[in-house]
Design a protein around this ligand. Structure first.
Ligand code: NAX
Length: 318
């Protein structure tokens, strides 16, 4: 195991970063590995970033190596082993989806170009900023020297939400559940599936599957409405789970990560699609491509794939 990792967090002055950085530096992601930290945000957040650095210092984490902050990805992406992309353009009132997609596509184009120029050939990427799947796809397009398997986007929050809701519905402990899968886009078209899931080793049905699916699809909005603010620590926790399992491997269950499709399940090749994934350790994984799907599931996959194709078209028109 490597003794030091260099990790960059973009959007580092934002909310999720504020919850994620403590998880990273207290050893909850990589264990007892020293972390060199790179914090990237836009120039107007420079002072706020300084405040984040002060708080990191004040935690006196034994695992912290050196820290660099700034707004230039070409400086901060150098020598990174892992980059967590939390930074993005927020949806402002009155802004259309198309505008949001294109604003973010521009950011991810620039960051992809920076990766191509200064990134390590084996850097690993986790895109969280929305639209996460399409941002991830754009990033990979501009950083062609990096293997396509190294680009992932976060659907682990959706997975965690789905496990929690199933556990509540069945009145079973969380660790009795396996193989609940999030398919497709991190959006309201995602398909949270229990088709291959088990509880205590047995397949199961839910009292109301339609309600379950809709609840997971709209859980982000449910939290937003109740809190008056989007999901933050549950998102940071999911980023931790995503990286930890990708890094260490997980044998007991399938996991959901958005990865670049090679056409598995008939999905258009090249889209960033959340699939059932087996994490093998040392940042290796395989897409599990041979599950039997019901007609219901096939139709759900089509809907979310179509949305991703549309997003890709809009992002490409920048
Ligand atoms: P915040 O608005 O608190 O933070 C975003 C930060 O990104 C800000 O500090 C901003 O200055 C910075 N930023 C903007 N443009 C940048 C650029 N070009 N380079 C570097 N930094 C830049 O948002 P937060 O609540 O932290 O959420 C971060 C992102 O995660 C959002 O895009 C959000 O939509 C997305 N989410 C994705 C989830 C997922 O499951 N995939 C769930 C949680 C979250 O909603």
């Amino acid at each position: 195991v490597q003794q030091t990792l260099t990790v960059c967090v973009t959007g580092a002055a934002g909310q999720i970063a504020y919850s994620f950085i403590p998880l990273l530096l207290s050893g909850q992601v990589f264990g007892q590995v020293k972390i060199n930290l790179r914090l990237l945000d836009i120039p107007k957040m420079e002072t706020a970033l300084k405040g984040v650095v002060m708080e990191i210092e004040d935690c006196a984490y034994p695992l912290i190596g050196d820290i660099q902050t700034g707004s230039n990805p070409k400086e901060l992406f150098k020598n990174c082993d892992l980059i967590v992309f939390l930074g993005g353009f927020p949806r402002l009132p009155g802004m259309e989806r198309k505008d949001l997609l294109q604003k973010n596509a521009n950011i991810f184009k620039e960051q992809g170009e920076a990766l191509q120029e200064v990134g390590k050939d084996d850097v690993k990427c986790v895109v969280v900023a929305n639209p996460a799947n399409t941002n991830c796809l754009i990033l990979s397009r501009y950083a062609t020297k990096i293997p396509r398997q190294n680009f992932t986007c976060l659907t682990r929050l959706d997975q965690n939400r789905a496990y929690a809701q199933v556990a509540l519905a069945l009145n079973k402990p969380l660790n009795s559940l396996k193989n609940i899968i999030i398919w497709g886009n991190h959006s309201t078209t995602q398909y949270p599936s229990i088709e291959h899931a088990t509880a205590d080793g047995q397949s199961f049905v839910l009292p109301d599957q339609g309600q379950f699916i809709e609840r997971i699809q709209k859980r982000g909005a449910e939290v937003l409405n109740a809190r008056g603010n989007s999901s933050v620590f549950s998102a940071a926790n999911a980023v931790k789970d995503h990286i930890k399992d990708w890094f260490n491997g997980r044998e007991d269950t399938l996991l959901s990560l958005g990865v670049l499709s090679n056409g598995e399940y008939g999905v258009q090749s090249g889209l960033c699609f959340s699939y059932p994934i087996r994490c093998l350790g040392a940042f290796k994984y395989e897409i599990v491509g041979n599950l039997e799907l019901s007609d219901f599931s096939k139709q759900k996959l089509k809907v979310t794939e179509e949305e991703l194709i549309q997003e890709q078209g809009l992002a490409e028109s920048i």
